[in-house]
Design a protein. Sequence first.
Length: 228
Amino acid sequence: MKINPTWQTDDGRVKLWLGDCLDVLPTLAAGSVDAVVTDPPYGVSYSSGWDNEFKDVRIAGDETTAARDAALSMMRHVPAIVFGSWKAPKPNGVKMVLIWDKGTVGMGDLSLPWFPSTEEIYVIGRGFVGSRTSSVMRHWVRNKHHPTEKPEALMVELAEKCPGEAILDPFMGSGTTGVAAVRLGRQFLGCETDPTHYETAKRRIIAELERMPLFEDKPVYRQEALLT
């Protein structure tokens, strides 16, 4: 059964699904995705020291890497950038590991043990462009849309390294990858199971679409039934 986007722009350049990516991904047309950029559940509970509403939150469904691995298996012919942790098993096919240090806020090659504040970024497949290192992230603002949300500037930098046109985030969360893709003029496909995070992602992506100067008129959106 085909699963139509729950919401999309009139030109189809942005498509969002409120639903499980494991149901959606098998229905995507061949060649409709050029790269995956995602921060999936990977079996490590989240605990924040931030003094905000996300303090000591635990994310339901993060107990294993099963969903991550199943989604990546379905997209195994597509290059991917995937966030993870040294505490959890790596996905298959990793070609390179980058480090994002949330404490000192930088990114570089994995050659030494890192601090507890670091996350790993797995590069899977080929075709990526640009440097492994970054100095862009020395100053950034903590976002408050989602407990594990990444900075927009970081996601823009990672998405910019991706080959092709269409970027997929099967674990969209609050939509930061979608915001990055729109900012770069790329197509975006995103899936999210949580209705609250889905609505946040849609709102942020619409705001970014309306902000972009390449649109002389405001884009038109379509809301569709999930199943047809």
